[in-house]
Design a binder for this molecule. Structure first.
Ligand SMILES: C[S@@+](CC[C@H](N)C(=O)[O-])C[C@H]1O[C@@H](n2cnc3c(N)ncnc32)[C@H](O)[C@@H]1O
Length: 451
């Protein structure tokens, strides 16, 4: 996908909403300004009331002076962030990001074969989310009768820890950074998954005309953008605790800052499809999240959860028991458990979905080779992507985790990772990450679309 051709989009908003307005908001996120807007036909949904109330400078939740102040601070934080990320090779991660985008283009993105908001969050609950200032907004009469909140500058800026930038929003700690190096890594993984799933973005049989789609923990938003392109008449919403999404997106695509582990303030029975990918080191209570997903899907709507899981597997005994990689895998299992986000949670997705009442639960476990050791073309390619991902992404995956759970310093983490990286590159070790894809349907008939 070449996003240079995409029209400008509405900026990110917070479901507990942002103070920022339009271009200022882009700048707040420290991203480079997009190209100048070009004249174009308005999209049918562009002038919706909710867009206006959310983004116009007259919105009651908008405070431009705060935005400008945030912007200045953000610029200086960005400089600090850049300077402090010496441990990550920017050149390499940039190269990998570019490689991912080029490969995505080469893979051609073929078309997929056919195949009253419950304002249930009390202000107490919302107040418990650091980084959110809740405001009542009685003027907000969109059908998204959600709470309106300003996101504090600290939440937008994030926080630097061990030389990495982390999200500053959300009630619980997310284990991985959300800085430039991490975003490049997510881009690369987005392409890797496209190759892994035979050029599909998801497997659930959602039909050709879903109307409302939600991506939980959308990261850079590339899945949201691609799916918005696939279904131009659908509204596709991505939510995340980090404002890491791109500025230039299709008009039917929108991003919000939101913590999915807080009570959702969205309309129940309203989504045709809810998707979540790689919510690693993210979710403390999956059954509770699955309950929220269930309640917010329309009857007949689909959920799909995709995630890598651990421990690292090897089917032919080629990985020595005393290898650093084996030790790393065992440490990952115990540390993620201690952190409250066990790495083998994806193995339980299907049971949790069934327990909540979902039907037609399907589960496929793919293999992501750690390097290009397999013979098959597809897995060789996926393994090459994974080698790049692990080369640059391993530190981000564990630096906070090992520091929180084992008290390791960044130096100790990086010293340990030297041998792990060597093992990961060894093509005689036939190792892979299990990658679980589970999709399921909420029972009931799909309502006939109105209009
Ligand atoms: C490994 S990234 C995956 C991003 C994206 N789904 C993808 O596949 O490219 C996990 C994402 O979940 C987000 N996240 C973690 N905890 C969250 C929460 N409680 N609410 C919303 N997003 C969350 C993180 O900020 C991060 O962007």
């Amino acid at each position: 996908m070449d996003d240079r051709n995409l029209p400008p989009a509405a900026p990110i908003r917070s479901h507990r909403r942002t103070t920022a307005a339009s271009d200022k908001d882009h700048e707040l996120r420290g991203s480079s300004p997009g190209p100048p807007s070009s004249p174009r036909e308005p999209h049918p949904r562009e002038n919706r009331d909710d867009d206006t109330t959310l983004y116009s400078a007259t919105s009651s939740s908008c405070d431009l002076s705060k935005v400008e102040e945030n912007h200045k601070r953000q610029n200086s934080e960005d400089r600090e962030d850049q300077a402090s990320k010496q441990s990550v090779s920017h050149a390499t991660s940039k190269f990998l990001g570019t490689l991912a985008r080029c490969t995505a283009r080469l893979l051609c993105y073929p078309p997929r074969p056919s195949g009253s908001e419950s304002a249930d969050a009390t202000s107490d609950q919302r107040d418990s989310d650091p980084g959110v200032e809740v405001k009542d907004d009685n003027d907000d009469d969109d059908d998204d009768a959600s709470s309106v909140a300003s996101v504090t500058s600290a939440a937008l800026r994030g926080k630097i820890e061990n030389g990495r930038l982390y999200a500053g929003f959300g009630s619980q700690e997310y284990g991985m950074p959300m800085d430039t190096a991490e975003k490049e890594k997510l881009s690369l993984c987005h392409t890797k998954y496209f190759a892994l799933l035979d050029q599909q973005r998801f497997l659930a049989p959602v039909g050709n005309h879903p109307q409302k789609i939600l991506d939980l923990g959308c990261g850079t938003g590339e899945w949201v953008i691609d799916v918005a392109d696939m279904f131009p008449t659908a509204e596709v919403l991505g939510v995340d605790i980090a404002p890491a999404q791109r500025d230039w997106v299709p008009p039917n695509c929108q991003f919000e800052l939101d913590d999915i582990e807080q009570p959702w303030t969205r309309k129940e029975d309203s989504f045709d499809f809810i998707f979540a990918r790689d919510l690693l080191l993210s979710v403390r209570d999956w059954p509770r999240l699955i309950d929220q997903i269930y309640r917010h899907l329309k009857p007949g709507g689909w959920v799909e959860l995709q995630c890598i899981s651990g421990p690292i597997a090897c089917d032919d005994g080629s990985l020595p028991k005393d290898s650093s990689l084996n030790e790393f895998s065992a440490m990952l299992s115990s540390s993620t458990k201690q952190f409250g986000t066990p790495i083998d949670d994806p193995a339980r997705y299907a049971d949790w979905l069934r327990d909540r009442g979902f039907q037609h639960v399907s589960k496929v476990v793919h293999k992501i080779p750690c390097n290009p050791w397999p013979r098959s073309e597809k897995h060789k390619l996926v393994g090459a992507f994974e080698r790049g991902n692990l080369a640059t992404g391993l530190e981000g995956m564990v630096i906070r985790l090992f520091s929180r759970t084992m008290g390791w310093s960044p130096e100790e983490v990086n010293a340990f990772l030297v041998d792990v990286r060597t093992d990961l590159k060894n093509e005689n070790y036939h190792c892979y990450w299990p990658y679980t894809v589970v999709y399921a349907q909420k029972p009931g008939c799909k309502p006939v679309p109105s209009g």
